[in-house]
Design a protein around this ligand. Sequence first.
Ligand code: C5P
Length: 243
Amino acid sequence: MPAHDPTDPTLVRARQRLIVALDVPDARAALAAARELDGHVGMLKIGLQLFVAEGPAVVRAIREAHPALEIFLDLKLHDIPNTMRGAIRSARELGVRFLTVHAGSGTDHLRACVEEAQGALDILAVTVLTSQDEAACREAGHTRAPQELVAMRAACARDAGCAGVVCSGQEVARVHEVAPSLFKVVPGIRPAGSAADDQRRVMTPARAITSHATHLVLGRPIMRAEDRPGAADAIVREIAGAL
Ligand code: C5P
């Protein structure tokens, strides 16, 4: 059965868990990808490259042309609560599903974000960037290992009422222990046999799902595929098999 069969409930659930990173330079490329992927994935992630280039207009354009595709606005906001509130107020009007903020400033900052979102969008807390290893954490003044920091920040996100966290596949099982009810959004996913690119610690879709990831973020394995819908369908089937 093709993964885009709209009637199979397991495939529908699996598709909702697949997020594609639109790491493209402009709206034209973003809209072309959205056209190809509509009906094959649940959500598109718009990151800093595209948002800085095109602004909120690209979010509105995709929402209008492809209302079934949810938008994950990955801006990783980090500022004083008043400024965070202002940014979130602006984002509320865009019709996005997820917005990321950094978890490093603690529960009160996160609580302000959740409050300002007013349920119009879900706040995801970024725990520790996967580019930060133990040495980088030490250099930044942290006395805890990255895994411990991840667990502490997941607890902050839970206490602040965030909808979920972004964490690596290596940490998702630990995050699930601390915050079982939160969404766990996991990048660095690679189907078995595909190139790791610059990701150091990769995990297959099935393994991430059985480790309690609720959503998977994939960029290059889908965006660089000759057949993007086909690549997405294969991953949806793998997710469905692990649900
Ligand atoms: O192409 P690839 O699948 O590696 O893309 C992964 C996406 O997830 C990129 O947009 C990347 O910026 C993002 N990401 C990540 N690791 C994190 C957080 C976000 O790879 N810890």
